[in-house]
Design a binder for this molecule. Structure first.
Ligand code: SF4
Ligand code: SF4
Length: 75
């Protein structure tokens, strides 16, 4: 199951700094997580001030990623 960033993100940058795997990038309208790098430690979810990071099943993640613009996704 991947962690994904929702549109609640306010681009504060805290998750980018706090991710020890360097799996998070600040996009154009929200941060985004590379699921191929993320080790699912949950630190970003716990620390997000906007509760913008959620843990979802693959199907929901694919739905969310499909709605993102090219500047807000990992590939
Ligand atoms: S910590 Fe939350 S609000 Fe801040 S950049 Fe990350 S996802 Fe967005
Ligand atoms: S769950 Fe852990 S490894 Fe994955 S993006 Fe969040 S802080 Fe980084």
């Amino acid at each position: 199951m991947p962690y994904v960033v929702t549109d609640e993100c306010i681009l504060c940058g805290a998750c980018v700094v706090g991710c020890e795997s360097d799996a998070i990038t600040e996009g154009e309208t929200r941060a985004y997580i590379n699921p191929e790098i993320c080790v699912e430690c949950g630190t970003c979810e716990r620390n997000c001030v906007s509760e913008a990071i959620i843990y979802v099943d693959e199907e929901e993640a694919e739905r969310i990623w499909a709605e993102l613009g090219p500047g807000d996704r990992f590939s």
